[in-house]
Write a protein that binds this ligand. Structure first.
Ligand code: SF4
Length: 49
């Protein structure tokens, strides 16, 4: 796979990262699965530093 050839997780190539989330809550209101995305973004930002 292309990802494996590059040897880096795709997130490292993104222009934006979890700590860019401004906690506006838009995706919390829109998610059809009820995922509290604002909380997930905080967790992801804490995990990746
Ligand atoms: S809460 Fe959702 S829509 Fe708002 S900035 Fe964060 S990720 Fe984007």
């Amino acid at each position: 796979m292309e990802r494996q050839k590059q040897g880096r997780a795709p997130a490292y190539r993104l222009d934006r990262h979890a700590d860019d989330c401004v906690q506006c809550g838009h995706c919390d209101r829109r998610c059809p699965f009820g995922v509290v995305q604002t909380a997930r973004m905080r967790e992801i930002a804490a995990y990746f530093g």
